[in-house]
Design a protein around this ligand. Structure first.
Ligand SMILES: CSC[C@@H](O)[C@@H](O)C(=O)COP(=O)(O)O
Length: 356
């Protein structure tokens, strides 16, 4: 195999690839905050499982993981002739892409890798594998840069001392480095600013409690954990000046799919006159989706509601559960969409198009 330079990216430890591109390493996010367990993954079934069971999660992190997974899988079949190599890798990409439906970054990253394969049919397969590895590294490096820009734009929307409500987790664990919705808070801290962050626990899988409060608390940022049904009260009490949330897919009209409960936060915020800012990389914008109605919402196992984090089941065995993992926030409830390309304000159809 042609050699390629693997950059050592300090501080980014939730998703990395081994120097020989034989495995992807992730922090198993299902075990946080109690245990910091790293998993080395080299088989496609385990890659699928890692995404499906949210060991690696958050739209940008899923994209980075998928790109590195494709690089590992490509490395494993680099002895094949080009046509067979392309077909096998394409099939594996389709398989990985089916692990979760809502976050656009998953398919986006896989398509980006396959575009490299398709661009060089005349090259030797080991050379193509090398280019695939470089592309995967580029996806992660670009994400770091995008998070930094998003953080900077986001910080311009708030002032020192503000109370910020966030939902789910859109921090470094969900991306690389700063994160998106949490990025301005980390950047503000670096600049000596203080924010009072209220983190929704985010039922049923508690990404807010387990991951957001963990990341912010570790960074020394003032964070207070609340149950999801307390958001209205803290808004009414005047503790919140802005809501910062991430996104899994942004439709062309500005409708936004994000973790289930986000639309409820936005509806409450509208009632109390609090701005709602959606922060995400441009790779999360899907102009092929006309509106939020075109976004597929992932349905997950009801046991996540009644069993997952409890020693004893919290509901009768056999009771029906409805467990959509995401909802769509109507564009009319969103004050701005903050991307690495700039801040989009309503009307979003025009402002998103202007940056495309
Ligand atoms: C920067 S991450 C943005 C979103 O992916 C995040 O807010 C979210 O909804 C994650 O859901 P998850 O089911 O934990 O993958």
């Amino acid at each position: 195999m042609t050699s390629y330079a693997l950059h050592d990216i300090p501080d980014v430890e939730n998703v990395t690839i081994s120097p020989d591109a034989r495995h992807v390493r992730i922090i198993d996010q299902t075990q946080l905050p109690m245990r910091r367990v790293f998993l080395d993954i080299s088989q496609r079934e385990d890659m699928y499982e890692a995404i499906h069971s949210l060991r690696v999660r958050g739209a940008p992190a899923i994209g980075i993981f998928a790109a590195y997974s494709m690089a590992v899988l490509a490395t494993g079949i680099d002895g094949l002739p080009y046509g067979e190599f392309r077909d096998r890798l394409g099939q594996m990409g389709t398989y990985l892409d089916s692990s979760r439906p809502t976050a656009v970054n998953l398919g986006w990253a896989i398509r980006r890798i396959m575009a490299v394969v398709d661009a060089f049919p005349m090259k030797k397969v080991p050379e193509i594998v090398s280019l695939v590895c470089q592309e995967a590294i580029a996806i992660q490096e670009e994400d770091i840069g995008m998070c930094r820009k998003i953080s900077s734009y986001g910080l311009s929307l708030v002032k020192d001392g503000d109370g910020i409500l966030t939902h789910c987790n859109a921090g470094p664990l969900a991306t690389s480095r700063y994160g998106t919705a949490l990025g301005p808070l980390f950047l503000g801290k670096e600049k000596g600013m203080t924010f009072h962050v209220y983190a929704d626990e985010t039922r049923p899988l508690l990404q807010g409690a387990r991951l957001t409060s963990y990341e912010l608390h570790q960074a020394g940022i003032d964070v207070t954990l609340i149950c999801d049904n307390m958001a209205s009260l803290v808004m009414k009490q005047g503790r919140i000046q802005a809501c910062f949330v991430g996104c899994d897919r942004i439709a062309a009209n500005g409708d936004v799919a994000n973790k289930i409960g986000t639309s409820g936060v936005a509806i409450l915020a509208r009632h109390y006159g609090i701005p709602v800012y959606v922060l995400g990389p441009w790779s999360t914008v899907d102009l092929a989706c006309r509106t939020g109605d075109d976004i597929e919402i992932e349905l997950r196992d009801g046991d996540e509601i009644k069993k997952k984090f409890f020693a004893e089941p919290t509901a009768p065995e056999g009771v029906a559960c409805y467990n959509p993992a995401f909802d769509v926030t109507d564009h009319s409830l969103i004050s701005a969409i903050v991307t690495d390309r700039g801040i989009c304000r309503p009307p979003f159809t025009e402002s998103l198009m202007a940056l495309s």
